[in-house]
Design a protein around this ligand. Sequence first.
Ligand code: FES
Ligand SMILES: [Fe+2]
Length: 471
Amino acid sequence: MATAAKVRGYGSAERPLATEMWQREAHGPNHPALVEHGNFEPDNHHVDHARYFDPARAQDEYDHVWTDNWLLACREEDIPQVGDRVPLTVGPHSYFIVRSAPDAFKAFHNSCLHRGTMLCAKSESAATIRCPYHAWEWNIDGRLKAIPSHWDFPDITRLNGSLPEIQLERWGGFLFVNANKDAAPLIDALGPIPAHFEQFAPDKRFTGARFRKLVRANWKITQEAFQEAYHLYSTHPEAVPFTGDSQGAYEIWRNEAGHVGRNLTCAAVPSMFAPSEDTSLKAGVMLAQGMIGWHYPDEPEPVLDEHGDIRAQLGAWHRDVASRVYDRRIDLPDALMLDSPLYFFYPHSCFWLSEGVPFVYQFLPHETDPEMSYFDVRLLLPCPDEGPAPPAAPTIELDADQGVFAHCPGFGFLGYIFDQDMSNMPLIQKGAHSANPEKPFTRLSAYQEMIIQHWNAVMDEQIARGKAARS
Ligand code: FES
Ligand SMILES: [Fe+2]
């Protein structure tokens, strides 16, 4: 049976597709993010609901997905001093990352060599790594330092007593770990990300605000809420006048080493769902008001010429304001000053290439419950051109019932948007159990939900391959 041709978004002459808007970019038109495109289109296929709650499926993911990919662990500024450390816990697996020298980092299995006690349960600092149970002790580079009553462990020596490491690599101020010793280099897995983000310079940014929220939904459900803009019209109706949701673009880059998906939504243009009398001028004014309200409370509203190019005017205004406020020359294209291109890095992280909304996300499974997850969000602000980088903001821990807007002022009105997204999560999780047992599958859209399709397909492939290799 012939399948219908895929339609790549829905726009109009007044409300163009994101791909057309980016082709019109006048300020930095040859930026790699604007001119390079994905190389892969997934088949449209069903995804079963059981993967969102079945403990056996969660175990398959722990065994074959979480242990075989580059995982975003933290930022360098999270552990600024030698001896600082943070855990990365992924379901039942746990690692910890230590700054072992002024410009060096190590990642270890979070388990004592003696009887397995967790060695790092929270963000902390010390001159050595010392187990709380019987005080076995290692240097911060993992070499064995001391064992009380060492005479009673005749087989353990300084040669065989080091803490086992997992791979750690750095990009853009981020630290990634991989439990697979034979993994391809991180730089290969990142695909287009390093080139697209070079001018954005994530290494010259710092965590200006951060929260980590417990969510009553599987980690994939939480992540999938951000892999499409299809829900904007219904879940975030306030954004419809200034956000081109149905005009958005979805792309996938795949290579031997990794997968990157991009969900691009343009701002300063009304949605196709907005009333026909809504104009780009109105969209531009609302976008500027939103940015001022959140980032730049002391700035006056820009005066926009309705006969000129609204995006070009807003882009120039935002470059000027951001450069002054952050004390740093910011010269990104209009598109990256205004729009929301979200780069998803398989399997669980997301980087926004956006000066308007410079977020970084991690989606992590709960330690024991596949129907819960953690949503970790940071705001990655520019460091000043001169002087030291500001310190990283502390992480605000939110439980499942605490709202972002009420508890995280650093996110301004975007906390309210997160709360809208989060309100859907328990309903999706509960509904997954209640589907018609004869057809317990989601119906993913062909275009707007292609990243969700691909992520699930890759996970299925990885699990099948991993199981075959072990049998
Ligand atoms: S379990 Fe760590 S020293 Fe005994
Ligand atoms: Fe949303």
